[in-house]
Design a protein around this ligand. Structure first.
Ligand code: ADP
Ligand code: MG
Length: 742
């Protein structure tokens, strides 16, 4: 600020002392050839953008050298040291002098070779680049030699004759002090979170595709590796060993292919997550012709299928390997070969989308809950529609010919009938014949101890209260309205007869969920959380979110105390919470299951902490009726279709949100200009995608789950007629009157 004022005064003074001379036309700047060292350093900065890109190049070299074991050691996020050792064929002694020169490679001779190239490298640029931005040491031994050689490199040049040394089979490449001569990049990287998690993620990806190679990765000095994959012939085993059982048990095998040269030639196989899988971020591991690549268009296309097919707000896990004739892939469009471009990309994407959609639909239909138990009275009331629930294919999605991603929203003339396509109702005969453990267990319990069962009078009273406060006019509206669309973040536009209404979907869904909790009391199916969460941590999280000043830690102890007390309290109530409300808390204090309130609907998991806090804080545990009511209300609030926590991508809140989050991230504001741009762009893109998905998902649920269910189950309370939940915005008759006057 000060300097700005000073410089302004300087200019002002100058202006007074001498008049500004008329500018002399400047000579255009002259063009000259850049020094080779400068060229190489610029190029190097592009190929090795960050430590993880160096690791990727080194692993690819090891894979190209037919290695069966590759181990990576990283120090200081890769800035101090990256060391990749393999047991591949090694590098001949005679090639060592030119090994790190630019454009020296053993993988390509003529340009035409690119068309059929199978190796991952081909440009001969990676090792050279590394020598321009770090200190490179290579130790290698080839077959039949008694000892190996070690050489060090700087700026593409071997620093001294290779020294004989002891070596085990293969090659070890060590990069030290990466970006030692690029202070801006180094600073940026030091300020941002370190690359180690990215490196681990990268190796996990390689490990599941190259399951015949054993990978390991550890931090320098650490005794145990963070990734260690073993050689296996089963892809699923490989995924299990790297990503864990919780991912592997929720995967479906998928494949697709086409061999018609007039459309596309490809084959694809892989694994995708099913409807029980819950995650906040998409994991897409994509290999095209055995190259680890990204394909934004394909990823988005698959996310759309998930959003449209599965009603859960979960992002998918996808491992996919696509094989194409080599001449159909242009591997040369990206300096780090990260993105590739495919011939007939759109057709291939469409075929893959259809295959995934088909799989998801069939897996969705056969989705099993942990407890197969449906309230028989509930299924009775389902037979309201025209279609028989036993024959769901007679309407709705199942008979749909148009693929979901091409579907346009239309208003159904037969709203009630549509429901059956979305709800999974067991045919009633099957239900009666069901001998599942839970129903057997609960019927035994009923006989033994009738007081414990669902005919508790307080529940009956609460349900009666719902019936008696129901507003008949509103009941008619929700029962016979047509959903038009969302007018803004919370209001939906509905048409009923000749009237147009705005209806608050948050209030409506909250009430619907509340009523359903009471009606389904003690008869809930379960949603199993793939990662059971500690109650205590959830409560602390919620308290922090509530806190206006999250940085201030003077209340930390208090929060701990509140969390501890609430956890203890909830632990004492586990039996009741599980039996009556399907909320399962394990003895170790982990929340592991929540109830299904509306079939096919999963609440926004970002709201779990708030929910757990409510259970501890807002529930009246002393009086039975109040207790049930407040628990039902807390569940109702949790399951309500609130606007997602991410801002609406079509509104302008995204910019503010982005600024807020970015400024909170470590080192925010310290980036050099270009790095900030890169980070911002990445952030922009991811955030936008995530927000788009969350909002699309919610709108889908509102249209396909909330409205059909409301038609059948909601008894709108009288208060909704006056509290702004319903607002009449137009009436056809009145519009006619206006026109008559004109
Ligand atoms: P490219 O992989 O594009 O050929 P690089 O600069 O990555 O270029 O590597 C240059 C050459 O060094 C490779 O062509 C290969 O012959 C050799 N090389 C690099 N790493 C290894 C390794 N781990 N084992 C055997 N040879 C290697
Ligand atoms: Mg290479």
């Amino acid at each position: 600020m000060d300097t700005e004022v000073e410089s302004l005064t300087d200019t002002a003074q100058m202006e007074i002392e001498e008049p500004v001379p008329t500018p002399i036309p400047m000579e255009p700047p002259r063009i000259h050839l850049l020094d080779q060292a400068v060229v190489n350093r610029i190029a190097a900065g592009e190929v090795v953008q960050r430590p993880v890109s160096a690791v990727k190049e080194l692993i690819e070299n090891s894979l190209d050298a037919d290695s069966t074991s590759i181990s990576v050691v990283v120090k200081d996020g890769g800035l101090k040291l990256i060391q990749v050792s393999d047991d591949g064929h090694g590098i001949p002694y005679d090639d060592l002098p030119i090994l790190c020169e630019r454009h020296t490679t053993s993988k390509l001779s003529k340009f035409e070779d690119l068309q059929s190239i199978k190796s991952m490298g081909f440009r001969g640029e990676a090792l050279a680049s590394m020598t321009y931005v770090g200190h490179v040491t290579v130790t290698t031994i080839t077959k039949g030699q008694l000892h190996g050689y070690r050489a060090t490199y700087r700026d593409g040049i071997m620093e001294h004759e290779p020294k004989a040394c002891a070596a085990v089979k293969g090659t070890q490449i060590m990069i030290e002090n990466l970006f030692y001569n690029m202070s801006a990049r180094r600073k940026t990287l030091q300020n941002s979170a370190d690359d180690y998690p990215k490196i681990v993620d990268l190796i996990c990806r390689f490990a599941i595709h190259h399951s015949s190679v054993s990978f390991s990765c550890r931090k320098h000095g650490a005794a145990r590796p963070d990734v260690h994959s073993v050689v296996t012939s089963s892809r699923l085993d490989a995924i299990r060993s790297v990503y864990g059982v919780s991912v592997a048990r929720n995967l479906i095998k998928i494949d697709a292919s086409d061999s018609d040269p007039s459309s596309s030639v490809f084959s694809m196989d892989g694994f995708i997550s099913n409807s029980n899988y819950i995650a906040k971020k998409t994991i897409m591991v994509l290999f095209i012709n055995d190259r680890l690549v990204e394909c934004g268009a394909l990823k988005r296309a698959i996310e759309i299928v998930y959003t449209a097919t599965l009603p859960k707000a979960s992002k998918p896990f996808i491992y996919m390997s696509i094989k194409l004739p080599t001449e159909h892939v242009d591997v040369n469009i990206h300096p780090t070969k990260r993105e590739v471009s495919l011939l007939n990309q759109e057709i291939i994407i469409e075929k893959i989308q259809s295959a995934i959609e088909l799989k998801l639909r069939s897996s969705n239909e056969s989705r099993t809950f942990d407890e197969q138990m449906v309230d028989p009275s509930f299924s009775g009331s389902m037979a309201v529609g025209k279609d028989s629930p036993n024959n769901p294919s007679s309407s709705g999605l199942k008979s749909q010919k148009v693929p979901v991603h091409k579907m346009v929203r239309t208003d159904s003339q037969d709203p009630a009938g549509r429901l059956h396509a979305y709800l999974q109702i067991k045919p009633s005969n099957q239900l009666q014949g069901s001998s599942c453990l839970t129903s057997v267990r609960s019927s035994i319990r009923q006989r033994r101890n009738p007081r414990e069962t669902a005919d508790l009078t307080s529940i009956q009273e609460l349900v009666k209260e719902i019936d008696s406060s129901c507003h008949s006019g509103l009941l008619d509206i929700v029962g016979h309205c047509t959903y038009i669309g969302m007018a803004d973040d919370v209001f939906a536009l509905l048409q009923h007869n000749t009237h147009l209404y705005l209806a608050n979907v948050v209030n409506l869904s909250k009430e619907l969920m509340y009523q359903q909790v009471l009606r389904r009391f003690a008869h809930f199916n379960a949603i199993q959380l793939s990662d059971p969460a500690k109650l205590q941590e959830l409560i602390i999280l919620a308290l922090k979110e509530e806190d206006l000043d999250p940085e201030g830690n003077e209340n930390e102890d208090l929060k701990e105390k509140i969390a501890e007390m609430n956890t203890e309290l909830l632990k004492q109530k586990t039996e009741m919470l599980e039996e009556y409300f399907g909320i399962c808390i394990e003895p170790n204090g982990n929340l592991s299951r929540i109830p299904v309130i509306l079939d096919q609907y999963t609440p926004d998991m970002d709201r779990v902490p708030e929910f757990v806090l409510c259970l501890g804080n807002d529930v009246d545990w002393d009086n039975e009726k109040n207790c049930f009511q407040t628990i039902a209300a807390s569940i109702g609030n949790f399951y309500a279709m609130h606007p997602p926590l991410l801002p609406n991508p079509s509104g302008n809140g995204l910019q503010c949100y982005k600024r807020r989050v970015l400024s909170r991230s470590p080192g925010g504001g310290n980036f050099s200009e270009t790095a900030e741009d890169v980070k911002e762009n990445e952030f922009d893109h991811e955030l936008l995608l995530e927000a788009e998905n969350a909002w699309a998902q919610r709108e889908w649920s509102i249209q396909h789950i909330l409205f059909p269910s409301m038609r059948l189950f909601l008894k709108p309370p009288t208060s909704m007629a006056t509290n702004g939940t319903f607002v009449q915005v137009a009436s056809l008759e009145k519009l006619y009157k206006i026109f008559e006057r004109c």
